[in-house]
Design a protein around this ligand. Sequence first.
Ligand code: EPU
Length: 340
Amino acid sequence: MHIQANHSLQPYNTFNIDVKSQYYIEINKQSDILTLRSDLKIASLPWRIIGDGSNILFTHDLEGVTVRCTYDKIKVVKEDNENVWISVGAGMKWHDLVTYTVENNWWGLENLALIPGTVGAAPVQNIGAYGSEARDTITRVQTLNIYDGQRIEFRNAECNFGYRTSLFKQEFVNKLLVHRVTFRLRKLQYGNANLVYEPLKLALQDIPKPEYTPKMVYDAVIDIRQKKLPDPKRQGNAGSFFKNPIIDVDYFETLKKEYPDIPHHKTLEGQYKIPAAWLIENTGWKGRSHGKSAVSAKHALVLVNLGGAKGTDIEELYQLVQEDVNHKFGIYLEPEVIVL
Ligand code: EPU
């Protein structure tokens, strides 16, 4: 375990922003925390936890200690005729895990292919795409308390999962380091594909249902994502920058009178979720740049680094977008990305 001083976080954020952390440390096991806590200087500073930085916007150099979990082992912990339970180290790349499960013909993670980030971030954010969320398959989350190294385990129902959030993003943020995550996956072949997302159903419509495999869904998701979303390797970005706002029925009716085509999705609670991408596109921001940052021309919900942008450039851009959407539609867009 190395303690690196004044360390650039550029390799650890998908916006590709060059900021420095006063200290940067990779943690693999429980005893690493105890060793670090015995260093009085390190112990006295504030600690923050990051994953692959695929949901963070760094706007300035950071004081204190930045830690990342690098434990990335994967093991089968239990199996029966229908299910398999796997425990996965938080430091593993999410897409590598999805690929591994699909190669084993296990159902459950295939809709979440190509999401950037680590396994540890999956429960923190309750990552989701194409009708699936991490909470659908997570059974347990094993964490380490970063103050004393104590192990604390949470069952799914204890994680307070919500839309792009959980306990680990709220009261336990920068207190508990996710160390291992257990997933329950299905081995049964037939009838398990989750095709509630219309474009995914269309992509597979020529294949008879009994022949579906997780790999087919996985390939279709990869294809859709590659067509729709900018590649973070080519244009630094953090996926959706804002959450899709949820408005109540009265306000929805008011907006619908003025914008009859407004896309919407009724939630279980009877409210309306409006695609932020549509709101942004309809204020004229899609494809527009601001200095070295821009709203992606491919998808209006994604802000991109055109090369050499500072975190503050992207911060200014997102605030301009927020203002215009608020002005035109009376809706406040809340960032999904964590701004530090
Ligand atoms: N749309 C536009 N302009 C655009 C793009 C989309 O008007 O440039 C409208 C269209 O009406 C479209 C609707 O927005 O039907 C929804 O777009 P999309 O299906 O791409 O989904 P999204 O709501 O923008 C959410 C997640 C994504 C996830 C997709 C697919 C959030 C904040 N984002 O995006 O997650 O991949 O659904 O399930 O919930 C992420 O969280 O980083 C992320 C990429």
